[in-house]
Design a protein around this ligand. Structure first.
Ligand code: ZN
Length: 175
């Protein structure tokens, strides 16, 4: 019989969602990649809608606090912050909970710019940030038909975490 220490589930799912409004004259960052475009995403931090949704998906998967609780938009220290900082904190918590990212899937919803030409570089960058293979990162994009959100970018993200196998736990008498 497994001991109570070994009762953590083998896998956990996480889901995150975010949206930001386009504003003229600021850089556009999606997935940590700067994309040439006349408008960027405004709001708290650098407005990286994809990294925010990934961060919330990771935190959700371990039933942790959400991104707004950890990094309140009202706190001036996060104004213009690089969203990679948020992602790294979420990843640290995932690792501390004993998990690694198995794979991630995302859908971006925005009118422009077209994500297709940038998808490969975004996929590679997100994979590098998470320490996983680009083959484990899905980047999809759609236009917001009939949603009335033409001046916004929206991101949906699902992640799957896997429990880390720990060989050192096999020691007798420690369970
Ligand atoms: Zn956000």
């Amino acid at each position: 019989m497994p001991t109570t220490n070994n009762q953590r589930p083998t896998t956990r799912i996480g889901y995150g969602w975010d949206s930001h409004e386009f504003k003229r004259g600021i850089p556009l960052k999606i997935g940590g990649v700067t994309i040439a475009h006349p408008k960027g995403l405004g709001g708290h931090s650098d407005g990286d809608v994809l990294l925010h949704a990934i961060t919330d998906a990771l935190l959700g998967a371990i039933a942790g606090p959400d991104i707004g609780s950890l990094f309140p938009p009202s706190d001036p220290q996060w104004k213009g912050a690089d969203s990679v900082v948020f992602l790294r904190e979420a990843l640290k918590r995932v690792q501390a909970a004993g998990y690694v990212v198995a794979n991630l899937d995302s859908t971006l919803i925005l009118v422009e710019p077209k994500i297709g030409p940038h998808a490969a570089i975004i996929r590679a960058h997100v994979a590098e940030l998470l320490g996983i293979s680009p083959n484990a990162v899905g980047i999809k994009a759609k236009t917001p038909e009939g949603m009335g959100t033409d001046n916004a970018a929206i991101a949906h993200v699902a992640v799957l975490l896997e429990k880390v196998a720990r060989a050192s736990r096999k020691k007798k008498g420690t369970g």
